[in-house]
Design a binder for this molecule. Structure first.
Ligand SMILES: Nc1ncnc2c1ncn2[C@@H]1O[C@H](COP(=O)(O)OP(=O)(O)O)[C@@H](O)[C@H]1O
Ligand SMILES: [Mg+2]
Length: 310
């Protein structure tokens, strides 16, 4: 028997060699796969990150530009976001135009009716008063007729005052004829007479006439703010500050009554359709680039800040 002894390291050398090569190849494949995975992951993450900013802007209602992300699927999402933002923008524009037209039509109509009441009905009333004066002599001898005449004159007086009030409520002619300062002063004097409210007015407007849309908007905002004070706050005092600088017209209406919780119902979304006053005011101001801020607390009363750029 012949036994040939091959030393172990010679015998296993080819096996070890192949094993080493296998391990090396495996390791390299693994590293390559990892690198590839990383690259793909980064590419996708990059594309998605690019979309996030746009999605957030669409969420806020901003207008965005389409964004190339380099991946087919995310490009499609990006395009959809872009189209959605364009549609939102479009409908916001349309709504603004519609609101603008509605408000203009409403103001024009109010102006027309107010003038009609003042002029046409006012003329009839003047004729009636003249006629009543005319029969004074006729009635003089008759005690009962004299008495009736006094009553009729009082009735005519009441009617005149009521017509004036109606016309004034529809649209103060001061707003068209005399300007914002007079309209505001008259309006607040009216309320001071009619209610228990102490009204402080600080007004710093030079006599230049502002664009009519601005004057009307500011007056309507003041009306809403004061009506709210009277209706909701139980305040005893309200202060109105109205100033015009070169850049903007500013108004603050501040009361000392019971305030309200701003979160529960005035931000427009939570408001629903029940309370349209402040919502309407906001929209109206937005149309002319203006803004409305509110501060309110249970003890500290409510302050309304209005700014309209000039
Ligand atoms: N000056 C204020 N003082 C207290 N609460 C107010 C004042 N202004 C507004 N509010 C509250 O905010 C709500 C919304 O006001 P608004 O939009 O004008 O609707 P409306 O006057 O029709 O109720 C009111 O119902 C009221 O509760
Ligand atoms: Mg209101």
């Amino acid at each position: 028997v012949l036994s040939v002894a091959i030393p172990d390291d010679v015998l296993y050398a080819p096996v070890r060699h192949s094993t080493r090569i296998l391990i090396l190849a495996g390791g390299m494949t693994l590293a390559l796969a990892l690198l590839l995975g990383l690259a793909i992951g980064r590419r996708i993450a990059g594309a998605i990150t690019a979309l996030v900013g746009n999605a957030e802007r669409v969420g806020r209602g901003d207008r965005i530009a389409p964004r190339e992300t380099g991946i087919l699927e995310t490009d499609r999402v990006s395009q959809s976001l872009y189209l959605a933002s364009e549609r939102l923008y479009q409908s916001a524009q349309e709504r603004a135009v519609l609101l603008q037209r509605t408000l203009t039509a409403q103001e024009d109509e109010r102006k027309r009716i107010a003038r009609e009441i003042h002029d046409t009905l006012g003329q009839y009333l003047t004729a009636l008063r003249l006629a009543l004066n005319g029969i004074e002599a006729v009635c003089a001898p008759d005690q009962a007729a004299r008495q009736r005449l006094v009553e009729l004159k009082k009735l005519a007086g009441d009617l005149g005052r009521e017509l004036n009030r109606m016309a004034w409520q529809l649209r103060p002619m001061a707003l068209d004829d005399l300007g914002l300062r007079r309209a505001v002063t008259q309006y607040l004097e009216e309320w001071a007479d009619r209610s228990q409210l102490r009204i402080e007015l600080e007004i710093d407007l030079d006599d230049r006439r502002l664009p009519q849309a601005v004057e009307t908007a500011l007056f309507r905002v003041l009306q809403e703010a004061i009506t709210n004070v009277v209706k909701h706050s139980g305040a005893s005092q309200v202060s109105v500050i109205l100033t015009a600088a070169d850049d903007a017209l500013r108004m603050i209406v501040e009361d000392d009554g019971r305030g309200f919780d701003l979160d529960s119902g005035t931000d427009g979304l939570a408001l629903g359709l029940r309370h349209l006053g402040l919502l309407g005011v906001r929209e109206r101001l937005a149309l002319i680039g203006g803004s409305l801020e509110l501060e309110s607390s249970a003890q500290g009363g409510t302050a309304v800040y209005v700014r309209i750029p000039l």
